[in-house]
Ligand binder design. Structure first.
Ligand SMILES: Cc1cc2nc3c(=O)[nH]c(=O)nc-3n(C[C@H](O)[C@H](O)[C@H](O)COP(=O)(O)OP(=O)(O)OC[C@H]3O[C@@H](n4cnc5c(N)ncnc54)[C@H](O)[C@@H]3O)c2cc1C
Length: 495
């Protein structure tokens, strides 16, 4: 595919558009730094997000800046890369264009090659109304909202206790989903209640807080196998987390959750703070691509791709990371990173007229999940690790992958504060943090309702100016008439 039609027609360099600034998008863009191409990375946030550490933002260990550096800054030294803010709303595979929008402003980017790395969002398994009361853990907004809700629940409990109210529902925290994110969240909330906050309140005993981890599966951390799952469960219970397995969440409301067990039993937990860490749904862009190519989607909305990560009939379009369904690859950062690097290399090979690389092969570097300080589980090849060794490995690996040298330094300092001491450096929360998501959802067009339409501001100002000018001219004419008629000023003789 050396020298596509578009390049020949325009005489421009090969144009690569990358959708997303997550693991796939960022690593794909960086991998093209030495290629003879122009890269445009379009993403709906201005940052690259290190999702595995979101739970540490939610529980006050790290600041959002440490895990979400500005993408623009990260690629500022890469002269062939351009960053555009925008939510991609359309991909036209025939016209080879990507349409993105920000607050009603539309941008169309043309491509010769496209890398789609738009990731996945939270899935409530068809019960999207749960989201109002049980935020997920997918974005910085989610993590900050959860931080506000978690620390806010302790504040409200203190107030209630001072008044003599029952505050059990405020001191109960339910995490739905016993995968790595759920386990990490439950462990950290337990540490907050039992260690960090124990001396900060007067009317409540934070150590009496109830932390419940619920999952429909029969074990904790299913991908880690039975033995590590049991180990993680035992460690969580040591921390004071109640682990409820085989329980399907059937309803979530402001004051609690309802569950149904396999034997038909039902139960309700009264709780104000619910955290949804179950299920993912691939970006809706997968559906757009499926409709145009016939490539099937699986139940999680992931699109089937060719073994070289391209779409059927469109060798110029690569899809990588959480959006793809290929050989049961897991939704983990390494799949996205390696897939994006593979796609970038393939584009480079084509431009240079080199042969194709052959099918994409994923190299599994292992998986790990942290339970609390000094406790983690890890699987590396056949090796199964637990306890402090797994925890140290977890620290080292995450440190390597945090983007930016200064972020690594500050993250280490914050980990010292939280893991060796009992403090949390990032406990700041605001009312807006907690309620802005729901408030925006109630606006018809979301944030777009809060700004003027493109061009509308200028038109309104022009109209205002015309009207004001006419008014001022009329007033000036009246003043002149009054002066000429001698009706202005003090008449001589009247002094
Ligand atoms: C809480 C949490 C913890 C995790 N922990 C681990 C872990 O410990 N280890 C591990 O390996 N993996 C972990 N993962 C999974 C890992 O983060 C993902 O597999 C990885 O991020 C996938 O990379 P991606 O590039 O496909 O998608 P993402 O990294 O999610 O990036 C998607 C990008 O696309 C952008 N985007 C989405 N839609 C649009 C659109 N329409 N227009 C423009 N831009 C768009 C997003 O803003 C984002 O920049 C975790 C995930 C979460 C949520």
């Amino acid at each position: 595919m050396a020298g596509t039609q578009t390049e020949q027609a325009t005489g421009k360099r090969h144009q690569v558009v990358v959708i997303g600034s997550g693991f796939g998008g960022l690593f794909g863009t960086k991998a093209l730094r030495r290629s003879d191409v122009d890269v445009t990375m379009v993403a709906k946030t201005t940052h690259h997000l290190f999702q595995p550490l979101l739970y540490q933002v939610a529980t006050g260990i790290l600041s959002e800046g440490e895990i979400a550096p500005p993408t623009r800054e990260v690629v500022s030294g890469q002269s062939n890369a351009q960053v555009l803010l925008g939510e991609v709303t359309g991909i036209d595979l025939e016209a080879r264009t990507v349409t993105s929008q920000v607050l009603g402003r539309e941008t169309v980017s043309s491509y010769d090659s496209l890398i789609v790395a738009a990731g996945a969002g939270q899935s409530y398994f068809g019960n999207d109304h749960f989201a109002e009361f049980a935020p997920g853990m997918k974005s910085i907004d989610d993590a900050l909202e959860l931080r506000g809700r978690i620390f806010g629940a302790f504040e409200m409990a203190e107030l209630g206790a001072v008044r003599g109210d029952n505050v059990d529902h405020l001191l109960t925290f339910v995490v739905v989903g016993a995968g790595p994110t759920g386990v990490e969240m439950a462990g950290q909330i337990a540490e907050l209640a039992h260690r960090t906050l124990k001396r900060d309140f007067r009317a409540i005993n934070t150590r009496s807080a109830r932390v419940v981890l619920v999952d429909a599966a029969p074990q904790v951390l299913p991908p880690f196998g039975h033995k590590l799952g049991e180990k993680a469960k035992a460690e969580l219970e040591k921390l004071g987390v109640e682990v409820v397995l085989g329980a399907m969440v059937t309803d979530v409301d402001e004051r609690g959750i309802e569950m149904k067990f396999k034997d038909g039993r039902t139960d309700r937990i009264d709780t104000v703070t619910k955290i949804w860490a179950a299920g993912v749904q691939a970006s809706p862009l997968g559906k757009t691509l499926s409709e145009q190519t016939g490539a099937p989607l699986d139940r999680a909305g992931r699109i089937s791709v060719n073994p070289d990560l391209t779409l059927p009939g469109h060798p110029e379009v690569f899809v990588v990371g959480d959006m793809i369904s290929l050989d049961n690859l897991p939704g983990v950062a390494q799949v996205a990173i390696q897939g994006a690097k593979y796609a970038a290399k393939e584009i480079d090979h084509r431009i240079k007229g080199k042969p194709a690389q052959g099918p994409f092969k994923y190299f599994d570097k292992g998986s790990m999940a942290i339970i609390s300080r000094f406790r983690a589980v890890a699987m590396v090849g056949k090796l199964r690790l637990t306890g402090v060794i797994a925890w140290l490995m977890w620290l080292a690996v995450h440190l390597v992958y945090i983007t930016g040298f200064k972020n690594r330094i500050t993250a280490v300092l914050h980990w010292f504060v939280s893991f060796l001491g009992r403090g949390r450096s990032e406990r700041t929360t605001t009312e807006q943090q907690i309620f802005a998501r729901s408030a925006l959802a109630r606006l018809k067009r979301g944030a777009t309702d809060l700004v003027s339409e493109p061009g509308a501001y200028d038109a309104a100002r022009a109209l205002l100016e015309t009207t004001r000018r006419a008014e001022l001219e009329a007033r000036a004419a009246e003043e002149a008439r009054l002066t000429d008629a001698g009706e202005r000023g003090v008449k001589v003789g009247e002094r």
